[in-house]
Design a protein around this ligand. Sequence first.
Ligand code: MEV
Length: 320
Amino acid sequence: MESIASAPGKIILFGEHAVVYNQPAIAAAVDKRAVVSVKKSENNYTTLKSYDLGFEAILNTKEKSYELVSGKPGIIRYILEAFFNAHDHSPVDILLSLAFPVGSGLGSSAAVTVATLAALYGYHNKKFTKKTLAHNAYIVEKKVQGMASPLDTLISTNAGLIYLNRDKKVSRFKVDLKPTFVIGYTSKKRSTQKMVKKVSELRKRNPIVVDSIIQTMGLLTEEAKNAILKMDNDKIAQLLNINQGLLDSIGVNTVELSRMVFRARKYGASGAKITGAGGGGSMIAFCPNRSGEVYHSLKNRDNGLKVNISNEGIILKTRV
Ligand code: MEV
């Protein structure tokens, strides 16, 4: 029997960093997914292969350790932790596909963790709800990273366009944001923890100024919520650009991200900003009707990816 689960990556549209200080945020699942397949092994050991990520390893799920056969396994610790929590340690063959880069701020670890846990629940015929899946995936992420955002696993499980309010309550937008986004990602992986700490240090030295920027980011996210509800693309674009300026002002921008933001705008994006923690990672460009030009402009110089907001959360299939 083979159990196959897939889960989407995500982008933050508004409110990253401010959300750490209890301001609202808007995030969305995208149509780029992690797919994990688990099937009984014909050998007496567990293998993990990813053609997309170019690695192969033999896993000891009981000891949470691995032996590398080839390549570099960027995301293996999440898979090991998920297996440690949800598997009986019998030998299986695991196949991982990932349609977006690891460590680029697009929620690769959450998508891989959610898909791995769901594939294991399917393999063991274990019933689960989306709520428990998102929660258990959050626990796995927290164990691996020390700190994690519950929003990432929640979006990856449930998908859609989501508003997180000041009390951390999540609501789903009933409208669809149709235009394609273009993502530009840097080859520089960033640490979310490091960037969050950087902002907190800036805030300690400049409490009045930084607090007022964070509050402004919160107001901006509320305005963005209304603009999305009215499907006002011009206003959404303006707010994305203002948000970029505010993110720059708290020190999470880089030369590479800035170059991509301006390049995207030059080639037709009406709004462009960093998405996620910054300091590397990715930017998003909002480009109704111009996604082709913007995609090529980013792809020519850096790395580009076209994405749409997706309403497809976790999908689990089993086949005999
Ligand atoms: C990182 O994707 C988003 C941050 O706001 C951190 C967090 O919310 O955990 C920078």
